[in-house]
Design a protein around this ligand. Structure first.
Ligand code: MF3
Ligand code: CO
Length: 255
């Protein structure tokens, strides 16, 4: 599938979709505390998405059984919510959520601290978030796609963390996953040229330990093979003539 360039009308709909998704994350950030189950988080998130006039795009995507991906500690992405998975003090949890509004998809992820988290793991989460911002500094028209990938890799590599290679960011629009794929690790080509009107989901997934991941028997949950914590941070962005517009950020004040 070709990379799509959105019209002004489509960009406006992407903005609306993404703003609603940011609100869902904003509300969800308030419920993260020791004692809540990942299923409760999913139920609250599903309700918020629908209250916003959205449709959860993850639910039933290739058979995925929930609206919010809840990935705890060594789970990298696509954790499945469960009523018996109760958050504990010191955990981290990545919430990945998306919705469809008037036919347009949004996608964003945040990793939250549950109570008191060790300094080492806090740094992992903060640096994963920062790697997104380092990456999108390169996301300007005229640059190439893999300038984003290389900037993420350059920033993360200094810490000795493992960059997950099996999962990547992606174009987004009338489908959740459009071309192009956006790796978070070094590429030896420049990739396609970035043009105004492209909408992209940039989503570094970073492991405290080694980069290797495996899939659990549920066929969804991706975990770090060495069992060490992993963080995820994602926004949907718009390529413009200048700085990229971060469509799922900036409407609500929160971490
Ligand atoms: N944000 C993820 C992605 O971009 C989650 C989608 S997977 C799903 O691929 F199955 F949960 F929908
Ligand atoms: Co995504």
């Amino acid at each position: 599938m070709a990379v799509t360039i959105k019209s002004d009308r489509e960009i406006e709909l992407m903005r609306e979709s993404c703003k609603r998704l940011e609100y869902v994350h904003y509300e969800l950030s308030k419920v993260i505390k020791p004692g809540i189950s990942t299923m409760e988080i999913n139920q609250i998130g599903d309700k918020l998405i629908r209250e916003q006039g959205g449709i959860p795009n993850f639910l039933n995507y290739n058979g995925y059984p929930a609206s919010i991906c809840t990935s705890v500690n060594d789970e990298v992405v696509h954790g499945i919510p469960h009523k018996n998975r109760i958050l504990q003090d010191g955990d981290i949890i990545s919430l990945d959520a998306g919705l469809i509004y008037k036919g347009y998809h949004s996608d964003a992820a945040r990793t939250h601290f549950v109570g008191n988290v060790s300094e080492e793991v806090k740094l992992l989460v903060e640096r994963t978030k920062q790697s997104f911002f380092e990456g999108i500094k390169q996301a300007v028209a005229g640059n190439h796609l893999y300038d984003i990938s290389n900037a993420i890799d350059d920033y993360i590599s200094q810490f000795g963390y493992g960059i997950v290679e099996e999962l990547v960011g992606h174009g987004i629009g009338t489908s959740l996953h459009e071309d192009p794929q956006i790796p978070n690790f070094r590429q030896h080509r420049r990739g396609l040229k970035l043009r105004p009107g492209m909408t992209l989901a940039v989503e570094p997934m970073i492991n405290l330990g080694r980069c290797d991941v495996e899939w659990l028997d549920d066929d969804w949950t991706v975990v770090a093979e060495d069992g060490l914590p992993s963080a995820h941070y994602e926004n949907t962005i718009l390529i413009t003539d200048g700085e990229p517009e971060i469509l799922t950020l900036g409407h609500y004040e929160f971490e």
